[in-house]
Design a protein around this ligand. Sequence first.
Ligand code: SF4
Ligand code: SF4
Length: 382
Amino acid sequence: MTADVYFMDLEATSKENLPEKLLRLVKKTGLAQRLDKNDLTAVKIHFGEQGNTAYIRPVFIRKIILAIKECGASPFLTDANTLYLGTRSDSVSHIHTAIENGFSYSSMDSTPIIIADGLRGKNETAVMVGQKNCEHVYIGSEIINSDSLVSVAHFKGHELSGFGGTLKNLGMGCASRRGKLDQHSNVSPKIKRKTCIGCRECENHCPSQAIYLKENKLKEKKAYIDKTKCIGCAECIVRCPTESVNINWNQTVPVFLEKMMEYTLGVLKDKKNKTLFINFITDIAPKCDCLPYSEAPIVNNVGVLASTDPVAIDQAGADLVNQQQALPNTSLKTNHKPGEDKFKGLYPSVDWEHQLDYAESLSLGTRKYKLIKLKTLAYKKS
Ligand code: SF4
Ligand code: SF4
């Protein structure tokens, strides 16, 4: 089986600007057949951390929203809160950051932002997937409650998965805080006792009384975690004022990638034929938009992909990036020529293909695709 992946390059003319071309791409991919009238449609995007500049421009997101509204559906913009302390770790700061980055109610055609996992990342739904790494996955409830889902991902490099595209936007991006910790680690967080000031913030907010304070030889109170009681909710990570509670990075990369795909399976489980996936292959930074800065892009802007297959669209995205000549003076130091693997060049120890292979084995989609290029409309005669 081969999946259709639609592609628009970034050539605009006086006949059709890029937002209009994007609208044509989205319609061509069959958006109208995926949404029903009155659907509450989750538009899963990444609003960008404060200071990040590589996230998708709001003007394009607005166009996608208009296309969804044309189908009679009611879209809302969404993402889930972060695992770490930053400018998107609770719904209040998350929405402030989104507005600062250009995703306001007015600029998004009166479309609300609803953070999928609630005020503090605890509004989650456990979805049974019964796979080799996860029996259940923990997804932001408003993603599960939505009738249909349009994922709009920024395709770029990523430190843990080689690249981040649609599959990561779904698997990691829709997971609640507990779900995110579950993917990164198979044990509880760890405490850096050197910087712990014994303030008890973590202890006071731990839902399972897993944290306790104990005096050390210098009579200083320091926090400890009882692993037998910890449920991995990650609340302590975001509560600690000195960033002394951290993720235990003990997951191997292949297991991390597999868990992320099992989470993607959970997100899509009840959304058969109710999804559309879009990858923006623009501002292709080497690292995630979760960082409060963006490094120089590793290749020139390529274009936008749209598909109903989440595996095929990421395979096509990786292929298109790898076909490019790398730009000079970026953090990509090897594999500059067209055809060379840019993601391996950035992260040699990450086998990014494993996520696609594993996703395929879960029947999430196929790595085989047909690239259908949108024609550029001719210039208007003056
Ligand atoms: S992860 Fe949750 S349950 Fe575990 S110690 Fe931290 S706050 Fe407590
Ligand atoms: S919140 Fe942080 S600083 Fe305070 S006791 Fe817990 S680990 Fe220590």
